[in-house]
Design a protein around this ligand. Sequence first.
Ligand SMILES: [Zn+2]
Length: 292
Amino acid sequence: MRPVEIKITETFTSIYPAMGQYKQVISIAIILVLLVLSIYLFLFGPLFPFSPLIIGFKEKEYNKARIYYQQGDSTDEFCIVDSMIHDIENFHHLTFKNKVEIFLTNSDNKYKHITGTMARFITKPLYGRIFISDHAKIEYRNKKIHFETYLKHELSHAILYQNMSLTRSLSYPAWFLEGMAMVAANQAGTDGYYTYEQTKEKIREGYFVEPDDWGTIISIKGKSVLYCKIENKYWFIYSEYALIIHNLIIQYGQEKLIEFLKESLTNHDFYHLFNTLFGQNFDIYLNSIKNQ
Ligand SMILES: [Zn+2]
């Protein structure tokens, strides 16, 4: 029996160091792959909006903004960007914490790849970076949509993102972001969006998209959004959210709205805050919109 015992021990001691080395090599390989993948995702992939390093873009510097564009493109439209930023800061009674960064892409494929959407414009949380698709550029350069209005809308998102934490942005009611941006850009009634009167008319006809169904920037949309039967429903929905805010201004004044906005950037209980500052339950306020 004794020789067999010795043989087993020898076999184990001779294999074990080799297995240890093998595991070490696998661990290093996994770390390297994850590192290369992360670098790719940040520099060229869907994490680009949060990348500390910008590669593949030229830069045009303004006092309050930096425009990133690609070879062969121009930034002519942005000569008014500083004054637009000034207007947006005044409207929200907030200041941009950092220079506004705006990205123009030369292809919709590239835009979709780094933003994950085909929406004309999108603003991402954290740094509040604004991305402009190639098809949006073509539309505003051909005067099919209003460049200033759309950019002001995105600047409203950007200033709020720059003034809230990343965690707050993930739970912030997205309907309020859109409504504020619509009002800040005076967008109701432009480029297909309903006027306030047209919106009220549709509500009287029985259409209503619940603000809560718009969710947050990371949630899926609720039933009243998904089953809204209006053609080009997003024009109506955004105008409805603008109307909810527009009516708040009429009833309580711009100052009260701004007080609410500022507190909501750090207070996670949005609807409790609404109740406290406006002195009425949000659902009751919403009923007044539905029944006007
Ligand atoms: Zn928006």
